[in-house]
Every structure is written in C-alpha cells, then in structure tokens.
Design a protein around this ligand. Sequence first.
Ligand SMILES: [Zn+2]
Length: 166
Amino acid sequence: MAFRYTATVSRRSGVPIERLTEPSRLVLWLAANDLDPGREATPTDLDRALHLREAIYRAGAAVARSLTPTEEDVRTINEAAAAGRPVPAWESGQDRWRLTGPDHLTDALAVIAHDAIRALGGAPARVKTCEGPDCAGLFLDTSRGGSRRWCSMNTCGNKAKKSRMR
Ligand SMILES: [Zn+2]
C-alpha cells in the first residue's frame, strides 16, 4: 500500500511523471485503495499527502541502500501515523481499515504511514528500489531467495528482458 502510493510518481530515475496533479486525484486514489476519505480534498491536503509520500519514498530509498533515513522523514511518517484513527477490521473474511477519526482523509494517510512503518521497520532487508530503466520504484521483495530486481515483472522486468535480447 505505502509503496503503491509512492508509485503515484513514476519514472523516478528518469523524467518523473506525477499522477496526483490535483486534490481530486488524491481522493480518487484513496477511494480506489479502499480508503475513501468521504470528502473533497483541498490543496493543503494534497500538499500534506505529497509531503508524506516523498518522506516515505526517501526513507525507503535510504533503507534499500542500508542507509539511515533522515530524522525529519522518520518524524513525518510517525506523525502521520499518529494523527489518524484507523481501526483494523475483519470484514467478509478480509482485513480492512475502518476510518473512525473526525477526518477520514487524515485516517487514510495514517493507514499509509502505518503500512510504511511496517515495511521499512519490519522488513528492511526486503525493501528495494527497482532496477528497471528510469523506474527506481520501491518494492518489497517477498521472493524466497530475495533476488527480485524489478517492481513488477509485467512492466520493468519485461522491459529489461527485451533490452537484453536486443
Ligand atoms: Zn520498476
């Protein structure tokens, strides 16, 4: 979830493409990821959400290189996690988040921050940046040997294979 969120900027090591170009796109992304904020977002919300996203990306890229993330990025992530009141719920056999605070957008960002903490703090050795051309996207390598190199076999993995064949 958190790394999927950082992928709303693609081609990070080339000419980056920003997908969250306006507040309404943030709301659409959250809703598509089962975190419907139930209200419109303001430009300030978008700033806050992008600030969190880039803190997660920088911290993840640092962890992927066995470096220590900056205190500021860690603080940004921890504060976002503490600001909301999402509650885990088991519904229809699935794990979900119930957004129960006074502001569901803050709750939604807290879920993303929570997920980032679990990935970066819980499985740092598995955090990697994609080796695909121009990508540098973050992913969690859950393969048994820990030898995955691309965020996705369908996109970056295929591109790398094709360019090797040429
Ligand atoms: Zn990639």
